[in-house]
Write a protein that binds this ligand. Structure first.
Ligand code: HEM
Length: 253
């Protein structure tokens, strides 16, 4: 799947400019054009995802949505081709696309929102802008792990069963690492190599779509007008999970 997402990143220019990012991602990965069926799957999945998040402890997890209508729309996108070559059937590919879209659409939307707030957009946007947006406002603001065994971390022995939390948002805005951390500056030296930079997480469970997300964001940001940077800004959540920067009060777009 990671290889298929890698292939899809090289066809980022084909992503449709749809106002609903979930529809745009689903269309790009499947090769289908945005259409009422994709919109219906996107809407149903959001409702089902919210119900899954809000369910009572112990209640069964419902499937996010029926991916069958998407199977009928699959064409030969870079993503689909790689999975078919590897023996995946179209049912499995459609399910994977729905799952990936709902793992990723809010993060992409959050970065687009932050870019609009700080006035980033247009043909001059570079990969450095994407890097700095992901530092200033990482959508994955909190990463958690439940320990399944006693673990030694930074010299402390932690018991099994506890929750360990890491916040890319706090680390990437720590003044000990980042001078003027709240300022947007795409020319920060060594940004991506810094140990205090982890917008996609780190290690075995890091986001499988880092390359894909960077390509898609660069493409979408280059298509948008920058507009003026907001004067007053507040942090906010997209879909109650992905962090971004938003304009405040009367300072509207
Ligand atoms: C700006 C865009 C994105 C950011 C900043 C981001 C960030 C993250 C982070 C921090 C994690 C958790 C890593 C961890 O637990 O250590 C994650 C997981 C994941 N992301 Fe992304 N993501 C983005 C876009 C996407 C997109 C577009 C997709 C799908 C096409 C996607 C698919 C996934 C999946 C499937 C996981 C779960 C991986 C696993 O548990 O093994 N992400 N992402």
């Amino acid at each position: 799947m990671k290889t298929a997402l890698g292939a899809a990143s090289s066809s980022a220019a084909a992503i449709p400019d749809d106002p609903d990012v979930a529809v745009a991602l689903m269309a790009h990965l499947s090769g289908a054009a945005p259409c009422p069926i994709l919109r219906a799957i996107a809407t149903e999945s959001r409702i089902a995802l919210r119900a899954a998040v809000d369910r009572k402890p112990g209640a069964p997890l419902q499937v996010i949505t029926d991916a069958l209508p998407l199977r009928e729309l699959l064409t030969s996108s870079a993503f689909v081709n790689v999975l078919r070559e590897r023996g995946w059937d179209d049912d499995a590919i459609a399910e994977e696309i729905v799952m990936l879209t709902f793992a990723g659409w809010a993060s992409i939307s959050a970065v687009l929102e932050s870019a609009c707030t700080v006035g980033v957009g247009g043909r001059s946007v570079t990969a450095f802008d994407v890097d700095e947006l992901l530092r200033l406002a990482p959508p994955g603001w909190l990463i958690t792990r439940e320990l399944t065994a006693p673990t030694v971390l930074a010299g402390c022995t932690l018991p099994s069963g506890i929750l360990v939390m890491t916040s890319p948002w706090l680390i990437q805005r720590d003044a000990a690492w980042w001078p003027e951390p709240g300022r947007y500056d795409p020319h920060r030296p060594g940004l991506r190599k810094s140990a205090a930079y982890l917008p996609f997480g780190l290690g075995k469970w890091a986001c499988p779509a880092e390359l894909y997300s960077r390509s898609i964001l660069l493409e979408l940001l280059r298509r948008r007008d920058a507009g003026a940077a907001a004067v007053t800004i507040r942090p906010a959540l997209i879909d109650e999970r992905s962090a971004c920067l938003m304009r405040m009060g009367t300072d509207t777009r």
